[in-house]
Design a protein around this ligand. Structure first.
Ligand SMILES: [Zn+2]
Ligand SMILES: [Zn+2]
Length: 391
């Protein structure tokens, strides 16, 4: 049994994390760990780079996010009462869980944004399948109630989260960065675990890789908060313990709860997300009855051809057929139909679009579809070369 870091911030926790997604897996490997999680604040932007970097090092990536839970429904955004939010760590167990995690995170931005991207209980419940949740740092809901000496409320919330994610999928997080508040809360979390059967997990709130990075990290946080390092009122990390610790260091912090260390490996073993980068994930365009995508694109282009050229000669015909064959071969038919659709929509609604579309300005397909407004025959732009460059 070994220890796995399940609470890790990278540079994608903007101006709050200084560990690099590409370096983190290397360090985890050096420390003899077989897995590593990424749980940035409210975002999953680093996931793909992190996944690839982990695979390169032979480390299993555990994909997650430290999300913000709204105190009320996510659509309610009134004054201070909705500005308060609780931290919660979510980890994807498999590809289904990863999809749910993306759904939760997108919703937190699109519908729930109020100072921070926020989600609520109802939507956590809706997308909880195949997700493991950890109660997070002192900013977590259970810990917040414990800090206010409200044990009963903390217990109620812990049981609520366990009910949302299902038994065995919610853990009480023990952290010790040398802060008095943590020591106080940890004692009660252990008691809460014994009383409710909710398992414990030990984490370090990793914001930088090496202990020596703490000074640079403090400066980074100053940039975030618009303060100088000499400002007595600046937001300060209370210690220099927020780094990627070794298993021995982690074990020594929690001698009274060794199962919290063992559970990190158990959780990592439960998390298996696999990406296939050889599959194209372009969406499918819904064609009208009786048309395949290929036929519909050809149909639209022919229509445009006769509308735009008074006399259609062999030059235009040949050029159109050639371009269409390249687009079909490369599997970009639906992509062109989708771009046609939104440019058409913009034109109908009077939304301004530019005359060209990057390298598409040299394409007769783009021109006949109305995606661009530049006649490639007249200006002799070479689509073929552009397309090759784009590849
Ligand atoms: Zn947190
Ligand atoms: Zn954190």
């Amino acid at each position: 049994m070994s220890f796995v870091h399940l609470h890790v911030h990278s540079e994608y926790s903007l101006l709050d994390g200084s560990s690099r997604v590409k370096v983190l897996p290397k360090k985890a490997k050096e420390l003899g760990m077989n897995s590593l999680a990424l749980t940035d604040h409210g975002v999953m932007f680093g996931i793909i780079d992190f996944y690839k970097a982990c695979k390169k090092e032979g480390i299993k990536p555990v994909l997650g996010c430290e999300i913000y839970v709204a105190p009320r429904e996510l659509t309610l955004k009134e004054g201070k009462q909705d500005a308060a939010n609780y931290h919660l760590i979510l980890l994807a167990k498999n590809n289904e869980g990863y999809k749910n995690l993306m759904k939760i995170d997108s919703m937190a931005y699109v519908d729930g944004f109020y100072y921070k991207p926020r989600i609520d209980y109802e939507n956590l419940r809706k997308y909880s399948k195949d997700i493991i949740a950890l109660s997070a740092c002192l900013g977590g809901e259970v810990q917040q109630h414990l800090l206010k000496d409200n044990y009963e409320e903390a217990k109620k919330k812990a049981l609520l989260y366990e009910e949302i994610f299902g038994k065995g999928n919610f853990y009480l997080e023990l952290q010790d960065h040398g802060m008095e508040e943590q020591k106080k809360v940890n004692k009660i979390l252990i008691k809460l675990s014994q009383e409710t059967g909710i398992p414990l997990v030990a984490t370090n709130d990793v914001h930088y890789i090496e202990k020596d990075d703490s000074k640079a990290h403090e400066i980074l946080v100053c940039i975030q908060t618009g303060k100088t390092i000499d400002d007595p009122d600046r937001l300060e990390f209370e210690s220099n313990e927020f780094y990627l610790k070794s298993e021995e260091e982690m074990r020594s912090l929690f001698p009274e709860a060794s199962e919290a260390i063992e559970n990190t490996q158990k959780i990592a073993d439960m998390c298996n997300v696999e990406f296939d980068f050889n599959v194209t994930h372009l969406p499918k365009f819904d064609t009208p009855e009786g048309f395949t995508s290929d036929e519909y694109l050809r149909h639209l282009c022919r229509e445009g051809l006769h509308r735009l050229y008074e006399d259609v000669t062999e030059v235009e015909e040949e050029r159109l057929n050639y371009e269409l064959s390249v687009i079909e071969q490369m599997g970009y038919v639906d992509y062109f139909l989708i771009v046609w659709d939104f440019i058409r929509f913009a034109n109908e609604k009077g939304i301004v679009t530019g005359p060209g579309r990057g390298s598409g300005a040299g394409s007769i397909v783009a021109y006949t579809l109305g995606i661009t407004k530049i006649d490639p025959i007249k200006y002799n732009l070479i689509f073929e070369r552009e397309l090759r460059c784009a590849r």
